[in-house]
Design a binder for this molecule. Structure first.
Ligand SMILES: NC(=O)c1ccc[n+]([C@@H]2O[C@H](COP(=O)([O-])OP(=O)(O)OC[C@H]3O[C@@H](n4cnc5c(N)ncnc54)[C@H](O)[C@@H]3O)[C@@H](O)[C@H]2O)c1
Length: 458
């Protein structure tokens, strides 16, 4: 079959895999190839054991893989054959040199630009899907136009707003698709080509366009606002604990105001995920670069509160469990940074686990999807750690349970049975406020949550 267009995506991660699966699914006339430098990842995309878990992803991938969706390590061939290239490589925080711990590490991004330049033989539209600091597209443009081959490129910014755990739903039904382009004739033509792809399933009024820098900045700002709401409610949870107010009641009353809305007002042990922290750090770095120190300080505080919330959680555990953890068995229910994903990047569970290990607690970690990643995250940590899929088995003989991820299945556990097989006094620290605390108290547990009344027999 001859395809209308050949599309390449460089980077087969949490963004590249699901987004390209959706485009291939909705546009059978396009051939989509996803390439990556990591052969293991590509082998997994070509197997029944996909490298990431997202509800509905496997069904879509297996229905179109080998038809118009392909996964490969042959980057050179992919670049040569494609007319449109999405770039969704990782953009972590820089760990060295200038801007270390804050600025984006653009080495993967720049290597990709140079590869595109090296192998391109014809005009291409390059689409920035990774989240990048403002004006990165301009840098890519400069690299690509430094060629003497006479090959022309148009650069677009098309940041991805999907949330892990609901990626497929978000992709089918996005709040908006944002496309940034240059206002030149060829920039607008390239933009229209990308609009045409999304228009296969996204209604026109949800596809919005802007200049490239607004598009890049909008993605950073959207993540900063989302994280800010979590830190805002978490900061108030600390006050609730001092004053006997209940954070759920406060969040409910506040969220019913239409101007505020009730989303992202769930207090917890803190936010995680690969994006929020790094994107805010990028924003802070850019603000400092432009001399806007008040603005930088304002956004930096969102990250400080998140760290404070995790530290508060550990301090509360210590205080409650008689100021010693040595030799105590602690069950972590959940390790993923949120429910419905296998991703553990920046998960608060990593911090909590490491702190407990430093205190010489013994860990039993359970998670329905993320145990593989949990093992990798804690590989260098000293201490006793067991990984047990069955949550009831994991809690057996433990002194305390820490609920780290809001998996639905944890609400339905047989806590009467769990109580019987735990050490006494038995503690539950509900880091997501999802359990029925009064019921657990009646069973015999001492229950601690975030910003809510304590239920303790002690
Ligand atoms: N994860 C999310 O929820 C999310 C949402 C929106 C945007 N983003 C952004 O999308 C980008 C990608 O995020 P992710 O979570 O998919 O990252 P990821 O680490 O899961 O995937 C990136 C992939 O790119 C590959 N790669 C790196 N350099 C390469 C190269 N030169 N050639 C080919 N492959 C290369 C890596 O091997 C990796 O498999 C980031 O900028 C991120 O901020 C992520």
């Amino acid at each position: 079959m001859r395809f209308k267009k050949n599309i390449l995506c460089i980077g087969a991660g949490y963004v590249g895999g699901p987004t390209m699966a959706m485009i291939a699914f909705k546009c059978p006339e396009y051939k989509i190839t996803v390439v990556d430098i990591n052969p293991k990842r590509i082998a997994e995309w070509n197997s029944d054991n996909l490298p990431i878990y997202e509800p509905g992803l496997f069904e879509i991938v297996s229905s179109i893989r080998g038809k118009n969706l392909f996964f490969s390590t042959d980057i050179e061939k992919g670049i040569k054959e494609s007319e449109i290239i999405f770039v969704s490589v990782n953009t972590p925080v820089k760990e060295f040199g200038l801007g270390a711990g804050m600025a984006a590490d653009l080495q993967y991004w720049e290597k990709t630009a140079r590869q595109i330049l090296k192998f391109s033989q014809s005009h291409k539209i390059i689409i920035e899907k990774s989240t990048l600091p403002v004006k990165t597209a301009q840098a890519m443009e400069r690299i690509l136009h430094s060629n003497k081959k006479g090959v022309d490129f148009d650069i677009l910014s098309n940041p991805e707003f999907l949330a892990e755990g609901s990626a497929m739903d978000d992709l089918i039904n996005p709040d908006r698709v944002l496309i940034g382009s240059r206002e030149t004739e060829s920039g607008i033509k390239a933009r229209d080509e990308l609009v045409e792809i999304y228009a296969n399933w996204v209604s026109g009024e949800r596809i919005i366009t802007s200049n490239i820098w607004s598009s890049e900045l909008s993605k950073l700002v959207a993540n900063a606002f989302l994280a800010q709401r979590i830190s805002s409610i978490n900061s108030i949870s600390a006050l609730c604990e001092k004053t006997d107010a209940n954070i759920k009641e406060v969040a409910n009353a506040v969220g019913m105001d239409k101007r505020i809305g009730n989303k992202f007002l769930q207090a917890s042990v803190g936010f995680g995920g690969s994006c929020f922290k790094k994107d805010i750090l990028n924003l802070v770095y850019i603000c400092r670069h432009y001399g806007l120190s008040e603005v930088a300080d304002y956004w930096e505080q969102v990250i400080r509160i998140n760290q404070y919330q995790k530290e508060r959680f550990i301090l509360k555990m210590m205080e409650t469990m008689f100021n010693t953890m040595a030799g105590k068995k602690i069950c972590l229910l959940g390790f993923a940074f949120k429910a419905e994903t296998s991703d553990t990047r920046e998960s608060p569970a990593i911090f909590i686990a490491q702190k407990l290990l430093e205190e010489k607690a013994e860990l039993r970690i359970s998670d329905p999807r993320a145990l593989g990643n949990a093992k990798a995250d804690l590989a260098g940590s000293k201490g006793v750690i067991e990984y047990i899929s069955d949550p009831v088995e994991a809690a057996k003989g433990c002194h305390a349970i820490c609920l780290m991820t809001e998996w639905e299945l944890y609400k339905e556990l047989d806590f009467k049975k769990i109580y019987k097989i735990m050490e006494k006094p038995a503690f539950i620290f509900d880091g997501r406020n999802i359990l029925n605390h009064s019921e657990l108290f009646d069973i015999g547990f001492n229950v601690f949550s975030i910003g809510m009344p304590l239920f303790t027999h002690l």
